[in-house]
Design a binder for this molecule. Sequence first.
Ligand code: FNR
Length: 344
Amino acid sequence: PDLESLVGLPDFEWAARHSMNISAYTYYRNGAAGEWSYRNNLEVFQRFRLRPRVMVDITNIESTLPTTILGHNFSAPFFISPCARAGYAHPDAETNLVKGAGAENILYMPALYASKTIEEIAAAKGNNSAQVLFQQVYLTDNDTDTKALFARIEKSGSKAIIMTVDSAADGNRHRAKRYGVGSADSSYSYLTWDLYHKLSNMTTLPIIPKGIQTVEDARLAVENGVKAFMISNHGGRQLDTTPSSLEVALEIHNEDPEIFKKVEVYADGGVRYGADVLKLLALGVKAVGVGRPFMFSNVYGVDGVKKAIELLKHEVAIDAANLGVADLKKIGPQYVDWRSTNAW
Ligand code: FNR
């Protein structure tokens, strides 16, 4: 389909389904086991009703979209989550995501298991050398390897290290296995808070854990001195029946809301519409990640990535306006009815 005809993020998956080969498409689309978490990530947003306020002057809403992430300025409170193997969608792979994110001034987190090297990805910034990237990593307990990797990341200009913590073992990915496209992004089991401290001493960059799924671990992250952490169940690709980010953010909000003030909290999984972003921000999440839709948008190259970003920016603005939010920075939990509407 013509890029011009796409109207929202879900359209990119539909379009990619018709142009990618089935095994590559399946690698992106896959969730773990029965894919309950994959579906729940999408559906959870529909279980919580918005509480729109009317007669509010929302004329300046668009100017309130820009935000900071770890002190860096971006044009919107959402970013491109780290996803392996962008080359499955387009031969220029991650470089398109860098350029699209750069043109739109949003944050991109390149994955370690990318189709391009860290150096090639950094070079794609081109004239836009001030563009901020956060590099995702899987780390081992081999200090020599880690130091070499950190040196490459620092040299590339990356401003933070996103350390995936939700992949202690292989993901149980039936759908992907049927097509022989790899069941997991990584596998290890030695990652502990002790190792986190050791790793933090090996780099000048902040290390941000990605994959927090309980209030207990959110608290531990804060106690262990993180500057930020990311709530994520890896897009439902690791352990099936793990909670969606909205449910985890709600748990933190109910049990230890100060956490949102102590450190920056990011979240991803199943975000497809403007209102999904708003619900996470309402709980105190600082910025929201989107994975698959941006990977699928890359079948159209840089133009596709830019279009996907523009569509989501527009939706965040118009949904915030209809919700009666004059300033996106001031959105709060009162804009959502947190009583779940389904018994499930
Ligand atoms: C991922 N994700 C991921 N996460 C990570 O920390 N390291 C990785 O290498 C990958 N690889 C990866 C590949 C593909 C194809 C997908 C779809 C996802 C998870 C990703 O960062 C993010 O958490 C989810 O994609 C968010 O869910 P949505 O937006 O895809 O629903």
